[in-house]
Write a protein that binds this ligand. Structure first.
Ligand code: SF4
Length: 757
């Protein structure tokens, strides 16, 4: 029993607001990494784990999906990577005694921070129908409960199987094989809520839903646009790549409503100048576009490129369709609508365009700031249009860089975790697995919540993640989960989804990425795929937090065997769990790009990307598509604001590492809303006022709300606001999704502020 104690949560009154930072990392990042490590793991374990993260024979960071450089530093991690490791390798334990002491209802009253700080789950737990407390259960009984529930369904489509991006390739592959053997494509994943809009737009434009650059391209580029992304917090090692590019004379443009510390100056703690606080200025230009104004911005830049005839005509002629259509759309672009949508003066767009025209090697990086709006697919098509017009696809030092937020979210999709699988993917895999694969498309995240709400889905299984806190419309999603006959979560630590159970619930504790995974066939490795399509191995090195833990692969294979029998088609479930090489052999036989998978994971490899590799495009006619996009200006009624939900610096997705946001001057609290001082003045709300955030009345009159936030005067465009999720996910209506991709519009929520009662 660990003597370590979870951190105390400060009272709401302890919240302190100070000036935002103008630089990222440096000595404070080292101290913060150490503080988290010492608090969770102690000195020896902190040193032991941080020496192994992102190292050749070590484990892959379970944070974001930023790639590892070919030559790694001894300390190949960032502050938030160190926090992610400390969270998983913590010595705190959430054992049966915790669940005996606290009822599910009492646990649900605690904050996300408090729940996450209980420590690692140690044993399988079952909440029987009508029970108030989780209680220990054997693995065998747990699998019995699940297979019984699955067999009790009228159709396999009455079950949904969610995947978080932390799941390894091997676990993702057997998971989709099991789910499809059951007969459904209900495979929602966290990508539905993050880069789905990128995947849809890229598939349409270039025939593959992945970015086209490598780390070397970033470092070779002479112009890097960073749009709707905050790398200082969400992909911190990216700052090292930007620093390297800057050192070689590249220009960096930050396109973001907020002036983020990481895009202002980077004090690289691995460099003397960084430790002396004289790091590198990152952004040469900050473009403070209005929330949701990126579509108009990129359309305006493209219109200027066309007007100036600043195109790579050879590339466009040889590889692209649609030039006339985008020319017509550009000619029809309304400058007033562009100004209204972007909130920018023309000279700012002119300056940005001039930099684009002067560039020979342009990379565009983006994240949620572009993907979580109603018109996000159109926005990303305009981003692709820009690079196609300039011939920047398949050129060294240039290309597309959607930066993934979860360490293996791209890999999971490659392994088949997708509710809308391509027919050719299933055609290739079916003979390898040896059983028919369902063809009818399944449910994405929003579809799953609607089906749970309407009683069409009765069994929910979550492979990692925190479905409830990541999802929109928190109250609706919580009620929907509560309607399920059975909810099952495979997890390492306690979170809000686990204390929002169905009529019965199971909590199945799994190995973390830091932990040794020993099966009958010996010690196992898993693989992940980063944002740049590089696949590499990860080996856990720590002893598991408990002897009851099982790997995700072992859990899925045991459940499949219990539900379907020892063998399904060509698949012997137990054999796959014994030795993951066998899983990789199936992958090599059934998925493009994984030939000789087991031989190649030793040194890692990069998956094929036809546009990058050979300027070939797997579109219906084999040519890249220049696609015109209608302009959309988000309607915000007077007295209302456009809210973007975002992370603090002490947060990774829905995991709350701490209650500070050092870069934005926030300490000891999270219920803050950042608003332009002039907007606060016009609303008659002095900074520091406690306010409630109210959504626009819904069709049925429902008004979503999030209460008791401190109004903070902050440098953001007029009419825009920002606040942290998951607290503000309650304001995002379930039906408010991006066109074509179905991604919740978490980055543009119309709200108004009201003084709290
Ligand atoms: S940049 Fe991302 S992957 Fe790298 S150490 Fe930091 S959190 Fe982990």
């Amino acid at each position: 029993m660990s003597l370590r104690r979870p951190p105390k949560e400060p009272p709401a009154a302890a919240l302190h607001v100070g000036p935002a930072a103008d630089h990222a990392a440096g000595l404070p990042a080292i101290l913060s990494s150490l503080r988290h490590g010492l608090r969770e793991m102690g000195l020896r374990r902190t040193v032991q784990t941080l020496r192994m993260v992102n190292q050749d024979q070590g484990f892959d960071c379970m944070g974001c999906a930023w790639p590892d450089p070919a030559r790694r530093h001894h300390a190949e991690f960032c502050e938030n990577g160190a926090k992610a490791v400390a969270e998983e390798a913590t010595l705190l334990r959430a054992g049966p005694e915790l669940f005996a002491q606290w009822s599910v209802a009492e646990l649900a009253e605690q904050s996300d921070f408090w729940l996450g700080k209980r420590g690692r789950l140690t044993e399988p737990l079952y909440l029987a129908p009508g029970a108030t407390h989780y209680a220990p259960v054997s693995w065998d009984d747990a699998f019995g409960v699940i297979s019984g529930a699955l067999h009790g369904l009228a159709s396999p489509d009455e079950a949904a199987f969610y995947t978080s991006g932390r799941t390894s390739n091997e676990a993702a592959f057997v998971y989709q094989a099991f789910v499809r053997a059951l007969g459904t494509n209900n495979l929602p994943d966290c990508s539905n809520m993050c880069h789905e809009s990128s995947g849809v737009a890229l598939e349409q434009s270039i025939g593959i839903g992945k970015g086209s650059v490598s780390l070397e391209d970033i470092e070779m580029a002479d112009l890097i646009l960073v749009a709707g992304q905050n790398p200082g917090t969400n992909h911190p090692r990216m700052l090292s790549a930007l620093e390297a590019a800057k050192d070689r004379g590249a220009k960096v443009i930050a396109i973001n409503p907020l002036r983020e510390a990481g895009l202002s100056r980077f004090d690289n703690p691995q460099k003397v100048r960084g430790m002396l606080g004289r790091g590198v200025e990152i952004a040469d230009l900050h473009v403070p576009v209005r929330v949701g104004g990126d579509l108009a911005l990129f359309a305006a830049v493209n219109a200027r490129l066309l007007a100036a005839d600043a195109l790579d005509h050879d590339f466009v002629r040889e590889h692209c369709d649609g030039l006339d259509a985008v020319r017509a759309a550009a000619a029809a672009l309304d400058p007033d609508a562009v100004r209204a949508a972007t909130g920018l003066d023309d000279h700012v767009v002119d300056e940005l365009t001039a930099l684009v025209m002067a560039s020979e090697r342009t990379v565009i990086c983006w994240a949620m700031g572009l993907t979580q709006h109603r018109h996000s697919v159109a926005t990303i098509r305009e981003v692709v249009n820009l690079l196609l017009l300039r011939g920047m696809i398949g050129r060294p030092g240039a290309g597309l860089c959607p930066v993934r937020g979860h360490s293996n979210v791209q890999g999971d999709r490659t392994m088949g975790i997708f509710e809308k699988p391509r027919p050719e993917f299933l055609d290739r895999l079916e003979p390898v697995l040896g059983y028919p694969l369902p063809r009818e498309h399944g449910l994405d995240v929003v579809g799953t919540i609607e089906a749970l709400r309407d009683g069409r889905v009765k069994v929910f299984l979550g492979m990692g993640g925190n479905f409830l806190s990541a999802a929109p419309d928190t109250a609706v999603t919580a009620a929907a989960l509560g309607r399920a006959e059975l909810t099952v979560h495979v997890a390492t630590k306690l979170n809000r989804s686990h204390v929002t159970p169905g009529r019965a619930a199971l909590l199945l504790p799994t190995l973390g990425r830091t932990e040794r995974d020993v099966q009958a066939g010996g010690e196992q490795r898993v693989t992940v795929e980063d944002s740049m399509s590089a696949v590499h191995a990860s080996r856990g090195r720590l002893e598991p937090a408990s002897r009851h833990l099982r790997s995700e692969v072992a859990i899925v294979c045991a459940l499949a065997e219990r539900t379907l029998g020892a063998r399904t088609g060509n698949v012997e479930w137990a054999a796959l769990a014994e030795d993951y090489d066998r899983i990789r052999e199936l992958v090599a036989a059934g998925i493009d790009g994984f030939e000789d998978f087991n031989a190649r994971i030793e040194h890692g490899f990069v998956l094929p990307h036809p546009p990058r590799d050979s300027r070939s495009f797997a579109t219906p006619n084999g040519r890249a598509q220049l696609i015109p996009n209608p302009l959309e200006v988000l309607d915000v009624p007077p007295g209302h604001l456009l809210l973007q939900t975002l992370r603090s610096h002490d947060q990774y997705n829905t995991t709350i590492y701490g209650l500070n946001d050092r870069y934005r001057g926030i300490k000891a609290g999270r219920r803050v809303v950042l608003v332009h001082p002039e907007d606060l003045r016009e609303l008659g709300l002095p900074p520091g006022t406690t306010v409630d955030l109210l959504g626009r009345p819904d069709r049925d009159g429902t008004v979503r709300r999030a209460d008791r936030f401190r109004a903070v005067a902050y440098d953001t465009p007029r009419g825009c606001a920002a606040a942290y999720y998951p607290e503000t996910n309650a304001l995002v209506p379930l039906h408010s999704v991006a066109l074509e991709s179905g991604t919740p519009t978490s980055k543009s929520v119309v709200i108004r502020l009201a003084r709290s009662g």
